[in-house]
Design a protein around this ligand. Sequence first.
Ligand SMILES: NC(=O)C1=CN([C@@H]2O[C@H](COP(=O)(O)OP(=O)(O)OC[C@H]3O[C@@H](n4cnc5c(N)ncnc54)[C@H](O)[C@@H]3O)[C@@H](O)[C@H]2O)[C@@H](O)CC1
Ligand SMILES: [K+]
Length: 245
Amino acid sequence: MTEILTSAQMRAIEAAAIASGGITGLDLMERAGQGVVEAVFAEWPALAAAPHRAVVLCGPGNNGGDGFVVARLLKGWGWEVEVFLYGNPERLPPDARVNYERWCEVGAVGDWPSAVARFSFPSFDADYPDTDLVVDALFGIGLTRPLPDEVMEVAFALNDREQPRSGWIVAVDIPSGLSAETGRACSDGDPDRALYCDLTVTFHRPKLGHYLADGPEFCQKLVVCDIGLPAPGAAAREKQVERDE
Ligand SMILES: NC(=O)C1=CN([C@@H]2O[C@H](COP(=O)(O)OP(=O)(O)OC[C@H]3O[C@@H](n4cnc5c(N)ncnc54)[C@H](O)[C@@H]3O)[C@@H](O)[C@H]2O)[C@@H](O)CC1
Ligand SMILES: [K+]
């Protein structure tokens, strides 16, 4: 049976693994980004066959940090990558900040008004070449309140599937706007206040929100990626082995 976690359980597992000294948050973030790229290439082999164009939307927390890793890795594959940050780079949490800096060594970061302009009609339609992949690294399991209006401006454009110029959309951990606990958009009643994705790549174990309520519709295909965290009960088993020796 698949084990499904709450956000709090996932945080506790990550914190325990980091505290044990076996792995750093930065390692986990790198593996998360690698897992997203691998899942994208496995899902759409044509994207792995030659460099394409991506837009990476990064948020103000560690989900955004995963996005900077994905951007750097895709650039390493020869892709053309545009990155936009919703938030203040000075206030990124430490691991996300490191990956922001690493990205800045190889590419530019647009601010959020530029992202809104990028996806506004009619410029989205007329002024920009097709994008093959949008990476949603805005909010993950840390989303605590409804998506801000300026983020929804971009999400509405991407959710409009009559305008297929954005290519495939991959969600890092969970589609932005969706509660990892309830599977509903964090909103005061608008069920569409989240980003509809084609592929969702989550880490270690699925979360409740991937399966409950509207979760499956927002996530579409769900891939669970191993980022090197211990399996449930592993710590207890290790202690048992120590006692037996
Ligand atoms: N070491 C780690 O903690 C790891 C975290 N990972 C990634 O980190 C994510 C969790 O990171 P965080 O806990 O930083 O959370 P998020 O990155 O999901 O978002 C938290 C940030 O968004 C802000 N926020 C929340 N709701 C908002 C709203 N409606 N409007 C504006 N700002 C809002 C919070 O104040 C905080 O700054 C996971 O989903 C996963 O993608 C992975 O890299 C694996 C390792
Ligand atoms: K996300």
